[in-house]
Design a protein around this ligand. Structure first.
Ligand SMILES: NC(=O)c1ccc[n+]([C@@H]2O[C@H](COP(=O)([O-])OP(=O)(O)OC[C@H]3O[C@@H](n4cnc5c(N)ncnc54)[C@H](OP(=O)(O)O)[C@@H]3O)[C@@H](O)[C@H]2O)c1
Length: 156
């Protein structure tokens, strides 16, 4: 795909895809290590791979921003894969700052989606509207930060 888009400009790359493989049947004592590995591949490695693949297109933009939809939520598998994502993206932010490429990582809130379920606290419109505003107002000095969809800093 990156080769197909060679010569294109990407202003904002959004790494949104994610999986939630924890469930009551595979908690501590019955951990599913295959599911955990799958979580790490999709939730941690894939966003880094996307950034690596599309960096040439991102660098041609004045905006040049990599956005990650991470999480504070979940049990061992999900939370650990997202914590690893946060750490990897923090490192990437440091590495890319002198190339004027920013990295911004979000906790989207508990959102009513297939993953979040019907009891979640907010709908997708509210979560996305908040993140869009923060993306629009992003400046490079914020690179490497992990924030909630409404801009609240997330300690982790
Ligand atoms: N909803 C929440 O409360 C919540 C809270 C914290 C964080 N998040 C994060 O928000 C992001 C979006 O989640 P969501 O709530 O919208 O979940 P969702 O309803 O389950 O949607 C997940 C999306 O990820 C895609 N995806 C999963 N595995 C993929 C793969 N291997 N390759 C390509 N695409 C893949 C799915 O595509 P297909 O439909 O084609 O499978 C789907 O579009 C995720 O990173 C999630 O961890 C969500």
């Amino acid at each position: 795909m990156s080769q197909k888009l060679a010569g294109s400009r990407i202003d904002v790359l959004i790494n949104n895809a994610g999986i939630y493989t924890d469930d009551n049947s595979n908690g501590f004592g019955r951990l599913d290590y295959q599911a955990w590995t799958h979580s790490l591949v999709v939730n941690t490695e894939a966003p880094i791979k996307m950034a690596e693949a599309f960096l040439p297109q991102i660098k041609t933009s004045d905006k040049g921003l990599i956005v990650n939809i991470s999480s504070l939520m979940g049990s061992i598998l999900h939370r650990s894969s997202k914590a690893a994502l946060n750490a990897a993206m923090k490192s990437l932010a440091i590495e890319l700052k002198n190339q004027s490429v920013g990295v911004l990582t979000f906790h989207p809130g508990w959102v009513k989606t297939d993953m979040g379920g019907p009891n979640a606290l907010i709908d997708a419109e509210q979560s996305v509207a908040g993140m869009r505003t923060l993306i629009e107002n992003f400046s490079l000095d914020q690179s490497g930060s992990f924030v909630k969809y409404d801009g609240t800093p997330m300690p982790w």
